[in-house]
Write a protein that binds this ligand. Structure first.
Ligand code: SME
Length: 164
């Protein structure tokens, strides 16, 4: 069994508390902020929701906004993770031809599908500034986080579109 990263167990409890207290996009916003502030190697944290064949950015926290607020399913690391319904870790974005650049500093990325009702409803997308920033412990942790975000991600579909 993969060991979770330092601080993961209390973080999972915090995330339970957030999704117990908040609904929809408000919960996703708070989880993004919490992950960003708790793990220094998570340099940008976002949640995309799958809307038909498009990934729509519902929540994010980080130093800058991304221009990729809507990503067609056939594009990017984000599209790949959702299409193939699997966690994708990119050790060095400079050697990933399908990578859609958001931030100059980004070197590594991890994208983890979120499920609800037995299907992919979205994904967690995290960028890092170091090559090989993410490993099996991040995958194990973020897959546990993703299990908790299904209802909030699905519920965000009922809210007015995000404006930013
Ligand atoms: N890099 C992603 C696009 C989203 S930004 O990282 C926020 C991709 O290749 O799909």
């Amino acid at each position: 069994m993969t060991v979770l990263p330092r601080g993961a167990q209390p973080a999972l409890l915090q995330i339970d508390a957030i999704v117990g207290r908040l609904r929809g996009r408000a919960a996703l916003d708070e989880v993004c902020r919490f992950l960003f502030e708790s793990f220094p190697h998570y340099r940008w944290v976002g949640v995309y929701r799958l809307d038909g064949a498009t990934l729509v950015l519902e929540a994010w926290h980080g130093p800058q906004a991304t221009e990729h607020t809507r990503i067609p399913l056939e594009r990017g690391i984000c599209g790949q993770a959702a299409r193939e319904d699997r966690t994708v870790i990119v050790d060095d974005v400079r050697s990933a031809p399908e990578y859609l650049a958001c931030f100059l500093e980004t070197r590594a990325e991890i994208v983890v599908p979120v499920h609800h009702g037995g299907r992919v409803v979205g994904e967690i997308d995290i960028d890092g500034n170091a090559v090989r920033a993410y490993d099996a412990s991040d995958r194990a942790f973020l897959e546990r986080v993703a299990e908790k975000l299904g209802p909030a991600t699905a519920a965000a579909a009922e809210e007015p579109p995000r404006v930013d």
